[in-house]
Design a protein around this ligand. Structure first.
Ligand SMILES: Cc1cc2nc3c(=O)[nH]c(=O)nc-3n(C[C@H](O)[C@H](O)[C@H](O)COP(=O)(O)O)c2cc1C
Length: 108
């Protein structure tokens, strides 16, 4: 499959299986009050299910122009005070977080 196969890329993407397995039900009323407790439960489920690199996460930030940026990092620690990762302060993510100290984390 190449980018030039424009007539078939869409069909190819639509043909890739998604949600092939049974998805667990999420009953909000039974969720723990603390989000970190729920997160750790889900992460443990992912480890048990053999999800590769389940502690890999996408860290999204914005640059000084407000343009979004994102990259994959490994989660180093988490508790009620927040999620921790390691990276160089001089890297683009470090510079962006210094200028705009807000971020989104996405786990699959
Ligand atoms: C599975 C995986 C885990 C990674 N973990 C880290 C990490 O923990 N810390 C880090 O600085 N970069 C990590 N990287 C590299 C980052 O994705 C990224 O390329 C790098 O940090 C530079 O990002 P930046 O230029 O946006 O600052 C990882 C990459 C992959 C694919």
């Amino acid at each position: 499959m190449t980018e030039n196969d424009t007539s078939t890329v869409r069909d190819w993407l639509r043909g890739i299986e998604v949600f092939a397995r049974q998805l667990p039900e999420f009953v909000t009323g039974q969720a723990p009050a603390e989000p970190v407790e729920l997160f750790l439960r889900w992460l443990a489920d992912a480890v048990d299910a053999g999800v590769p690199d389940p502690h890999a996460m996408t860290l999204s930030t914005v640059d000084e122009a407000g343009d979004p940026d994102a990259r994959v990092l490994i989660l180093k620690d988490v508790d009620s005070s927040g999620f921790r990762f390691a990276g160089h302060a001089s890297s683009p993510k470090g510079v962006q977080l210094t200028g705009a100290p807000r971020a989104a984390l996405t786990f699959y």
